[in-house]
Write a protein that binds this ligand. Structure first.
Ligand code: GAL
Length: 353
């Protein structure tokens, strides 16, 4: 493993944005910038030796300052939606900005997504840190976020988060990269197969796209990926949960959650590319977002990205957790460290579970 560093560009105010390249012995490469802790490129060895970039993104800092689809972004301190942007901690109401019709989505851009993080190389790893100040987006506590990216010789891109706040608050970060195993510019992901170790999703309210608190078994629905199936197979089914958000954009409840064991939870597979991406995490949920609302736009190298050309597999706690006592809690005490690990592993070949 080696890390090299080069200037990626400059922000409008002149601050420099650096790109760090993690390369392993198989010549797999992850390029990360310290703006938004964004994953910019994920180059994986192809069958005939050439490398294929499987991560959607942009070529310039300027485009990352817009990035309305959160390509490659680390979303923190809280990802996903909060009902009315409102919840309570110890009887005190916290109000976050409403930035998604009636809800809060992904905290706010000025928390971590559109911010410059500190970056340093530590041995084989890239360590990115940022402080989200007390009160930003209404959230209590100065929250110190540390994210360590590393790339193993087993082709595992690992993200390890450690977050501590000096006041009781909510913590639930994720990575919002969109993958297309045929290549970032290859088009629709409908023919990718997906498998997940999950028997249920959190039901969405048909009015607000927010969990009702009910747990919906996937059996007999379009949400059943217990046996691998093509993403496109049932995505256009006439099921209210699906049509509500134009396709898959839901939280699957992952089996085997015990608060600390990192286990295999999902596999994304392309027969076309003969490539698999395994997802491992110690978290209880995964938001699968099939790119239903990717606006048609220019991506890396002049590629055109549009609806369903990449899939985000966002490991996380359940959406709106602070408003549902039956969901695993995202509330952390002052000084209590949130810690989690997610691994995206590339394997040659496809073995449909
Ligand atoms: C996802 C969310 C989607 C969409 C996307 C950003 O995490 O579930 O509904 O908002 O972020 O475009």
């Amino acid at each position: 493993m080696s890390i090299t560093k080069k200037l990626f560009g400059k922000l409008a105010d002149g601050r420099e944005v650096w790109m760090f390249s993690l390369v392993n012995k198989n010549n797999m490469q992850a390029d990360i910038i310290n703006y938004g802790a964004n994953l910019v490129n994920l180059l994986v060895p192809g069958q005939s030796g050439e490398r294929v970039d499987v991560n959607l993104g942009y070529d310039t800092v300027e485009e990352y300052t817009v990035n309305d689809g959160y390509f490659g972004t680390v979303v923190a301190p809280n990802c996903n939606r909060i009902d009315g942007g409102r919840f309570e901690i110890d009887g005190k109401t916290i109000q976050m900005p409403i930035n998604d019709t009636l809800n809060n989505l992904h905290t706010s851009d000025d928390a971590t997504q559109k911010q410059l993080w500190d970056a340093k190389e530590e041995g084989d790893a890239l360590v990115l840190t940022i402080r989200v100040p007390d009160g930003l987006a209404g959230l209590p506590g100065n929250k110190d976020i540390k994210l360590t990216y590393s790339l193993s010789d087993d082709n595992e891109l690992k993200l390890h988060y450690e977050i501590t706040s000096d006041a009781k608050t909510i913590i639930n970060p994720t990575n919002h990269s969109y993958f297309n195993l045929d290549g970032h510019a290859a088009g629709l992901i409908h023919d990718h197969y997906l498998w997940m170790d999950s028997d249920a999703i959190t039901e969405l309210s048909l009015q607000k796209k927010i969990p009702t608190g009910e747990i919906l078994p996937v059996a007999g629905t379009a949400f059943d990926f217990r046996k691998a199936k093509k993403i496109g197979q049932d995505i256009a089914n006439d099921e209210a949960q699906l049509t509500l958000v134009g396709g898959y954009d839901h939280n699957w409840i992952l089996n085997g959650y015990d608060g600390h064991t990192v286990r295999l939870v999902a596999k994304l597979m392309s027969k076309e590319a003969n490539r698999t991406m395994e997802v491992y995490t110690d978290l209880p949920g995964i938001q699968i977002y099939a790119g239903n609302f990717i606006s048609t736009q220019r991506g890396k190298g002049g590629a055109t990205y549009s609806k369903r050309m990449g899939i985000a597999m966002e490991t996380q706690f359940y959406p709106d957790a602070p408003n549902h006592p039956n969901f695993p809690s995202t509330v952390y005490d002052a000084g209590q460290t949130y810690e989690s690990t997610t691994i995206y592993r590339i394997i040659d070949g496809v073995d449909l579970p």
